[in-house]
Design a protein around this ligand. Structure first.
Ligand code: UDX
Length: 449
């Protein structure tokens, strides 16, 4: 099939590359000339495992092209995906101007039938607006050309996006015509393993499905984070609680890891956006608002543990392991590390940090500052530090030589923001250990009421 993708951001690029990989002829279009030039040279602007290889392979085979020419892009694909950004407005609602601009562009250039599919995460009802903008652009030309609109939300995890696209749990397709359904069924047929993964539904339900999935997942995390706060206060170990509740199939082991708050480009934004959508329609969401509040609070937990240990943090040096919002990405959007660094700087502390992929991004965001030293290795980061905080659970941080780390530090204090270490093992190396909701495991002796 001939496919056009508007937007070469994270979602657009992964979608374009993976659809080319399954045999389609794909054109990716973006208004950013520099980005298109770099992509054409084979430079991938984001770090995503496996992506570079499939972009290279498919560019070489001629199935994947990049352009800034919208007219050429509209002429190419029968299926036109909109995967441009929907940045949050001041009130947290998604800003649709870029999505609707693309719809008008398609309407201004198309010469025969087009199926226009929103891939970006957009509020419920956006497909209707896309239809309107497109229809208006077509009518303004005094022509009458048929088109369909559809919603096909993505469920890609950063760091595993290629894998998620190639082996989806499900493909959600929202349509209002058989013609659109058949096009999308055919497009995704190569990704069905053993059984049909495509779930066809009406457009608004598909739009809501994306938010619903992310909010259920975000809720699981905030609920566990809240339970971890309780565990700390009653001297229980949330990790033992987690293993025991996960054994109940109705709860399950996935996404019940307590930590230092969820970040990234999806969960925080989607939680806010759905609350906004409901609010505008006169429904005040309660659980969804609480998910956000609990998460904001949880992002303070690392600083609170340091402050509780040291009292005054001014003049202290704190080592951070991990800056990206999660492993296998260089994405720093809404990362707990940012909240921690800001709080430390406000308290007069200095930060030494190391992340396997996000150093460049951290430098871009914070620039040169006296109270931030970006280190070349994990070992360098702990040199003369008063405490070490594990913020992102990258694989390389999992089994450090704790005795060596302790020798390098001024004081062996460890705050484990992801509960990846065994408290008794770390304690053997001389560390004072603080986990998330693990006061019992750390041997705390607080009085229980
Ligand atoms: C998420 C969804 O998983 C994906 O389906 C959607 O399309 C986009 O949003 P992503 O943001 O890449 O993907 O990250 P994900 O792996 O889901 O993690 C989100 C955040 O939750 C991270 O900050 C992670 O550290 C945190 N998390 C996850 C926890 O704190 N505990 C958990 O048990 C799981």
């Amino acid at each position: 099939m001939h496919i056009t993708i508007f937007g070469t951001g994270y979602v657009g690029l992964v979608t374009g590359a993976c659809l080319a990989q399954s045999g389609n002829h794909v054109v990716c279009v973006d208004i950013d000339e520099d980005k298109i030039a770099r992509l054409t040279r084979g430079e991938i602007p984001i770090y995503e495992p496996g992506l570079e290889q499939i972009v290279h392979d498919n560019v070489r085979s001629g199935r994947l092209r990049f352009t800034t020419d919208a007219a050429e892009a509209v002429a190419h694909g029968t299926l036109q995906f909109i995967a441009v950004g929907t940045p949050p407005d001041e009130d947290g609602s998604a800003d649709l101007q870029y999505v609707l601009k693309v719809a008008s562009t398609i309407g201004a250039h198309m010469d025969d039938y087009r199926l226009v599919i929103t891939k970006s995460t957009v509020p419920v009802g956006t497909a209707d607006k896309v239809r309107e903008a497109l229809g208006q652009a077509v009518r303004e030309r005094g022509v009458d050309i048929e088109f369909d609109v559809a919603s096909n939300p993505e469920f890609l995890k950063e760091g595993a996006a290629v894998e998620d696209f190639m082996k989806p749990d499900r493909v959600v397709v929202g349509v209002d015509s058989d013609r659109a359904a058949e096009h999308l069924r055919a497009l995704y047929a190569p990704f069905n393993r053993q059984h049909d993964r495509t779930i066809i539904m009406d457009i608004r339900s598909a739009e809501l499905t994306k938010y619903a999935a992310n909010i259920v997942l975000a809720t699981k995390i905030s609920l566990m984070n809240e339970l971890s706060q309780v565990a700390d206060r009653v001297d229980a170990d949330i990790e033992q609680v987690r293993k025991a509740i996960g054994a109940d199939h109705r709860i399950g082991y996935h996404f019940i890891y307590p930590g230092c708050g969820f970040g990234g480009s999806c969960f925080p934004k989607d939680v806010r956006a759905l609350a906004q959508t409901a609010g505008k329609l006169g429904y005040d969401t309660e659980i969804i608002n609480a998910v956000e509040r609990v998460n904001d609070r949880q992002k303070q937990v690392l600083f609170e543990k340091l402050a509780a240990h040291f009292g005054d943090l001014s003049g202290k040096t704190i080592a951070l392991w991990g800056l990206a919002f999660k492993p296998n990405t260089d994405d720093m959007r809404e990362a707990p590390s940012c909240t921690l660094m800001q709080a430390l700087w406000e308290a007069g502390a200095r930060v030494r940090a190391y992340d396997p992929e996000a150093m460049k991004e951290t430098r871009r965001i914070y620039g040169e500052r006296d109270d931030l030293l970006l280190c070349e290795t994990a070992e360098q980061a702990v040199e003369d530090a008063d405490a070490l905080v594990l913020v992102t659970e990258w694989h390389i941080f999992r089994t450090p030589d704790f005795a060596d780390i302790a020798r390098r530090m001024r004081q062996p204090v460890l705050v484990d923001g992801r509960n990846i270490y065994k408290p008794s093992y770390v304690a053997q190396a001389g560390f004072t250990y603080y986990g998330i909701g693990r006061s019992a495991a750390s041997g705390a002796t607080r009085h229980v009421v």
